[in-house]
Ligand binder design. Structure first.
Ligand SMILES: [Fe+2]
Ligand SMILES: [Fe+2]
Length: 169
């Protein structure tokens, strides 16, 4: 049992997750163009994760019998001023997504829609991790960005990230 309002918020959140995927893919492309393929890989994996988030919401809406309406995904920025700017934009974006998810949780809670509240628990925890990672990367890129050897190592570190589908999925 899900209200039209909550279903709409979740439908909109699917589009937001898909937008995040596009945004990260754009960041990935920017780093590939800089020949920083490790950092580019990191953002590409991040993009895939966002698509997985959208899929999770799609499945949930289907499970609760809500109508799924796929929205329009806006074109993300594709030009960035600096390495630091990209990481700062990524952190900023995660904070926006966190606020959006909190808003759905708040509305679902007010309605006594505990199925949605329970479903979104995974996303609340995920956002804590996403913000922590993004914040740490902002700190690290600031440390290394003017030192080519350090930047090289940072790029190597981020090249290690591989996409793993969520085991609970
Ligand atoms: Fe997400
Ligand atoms: Fe995210």
């Amino acid at each position: 049992m899900i209200s039209d309002k909550i279903a709409q918020l979740l439908n909109e959140q699917i589009t937001k997750e898909q937008y995040a995927a596009q945004y990260y893919l754009s960041m990935s492309a920017w780093f590939f163009a800089q020949d920083l393929d490790g950092i580019a890989n990191y953002f590409r994996v991040q993009s895939k994760e966002e698509l997985m988030h959208a899929d999770k919401m799609f499945d949930f809406l289907n499970d609760v019998g809500a109508e799924i309406v796929i929205g329009e995904i806006a074109k993300p920025p594709h030009e960035f001023m600096s390495h630091i700017e990209v990481f700062e934009k990524a952190l900023e974006h995660e904070k926006t997504v966190t606020r959006s998810i909190f808003n759905i949780v708040k509305n679902a809670n007010d309605e006594g829609d505990f199925a949605t509240v329970s479903f979104l628990q995974w996303f609340i925890n995920e956002q804590v991790e996403e913000e922590a990672n993004a914040s740490q990367l902002v700190t690290k890129i600031k440390m290394v960005h003017t030192n080519p050897s350090a930047l090289y190592l940072f790029d190597q570190e981020l090249s290690q990230r591989v996409f793993t589908a969520d085991p609970a999925n």
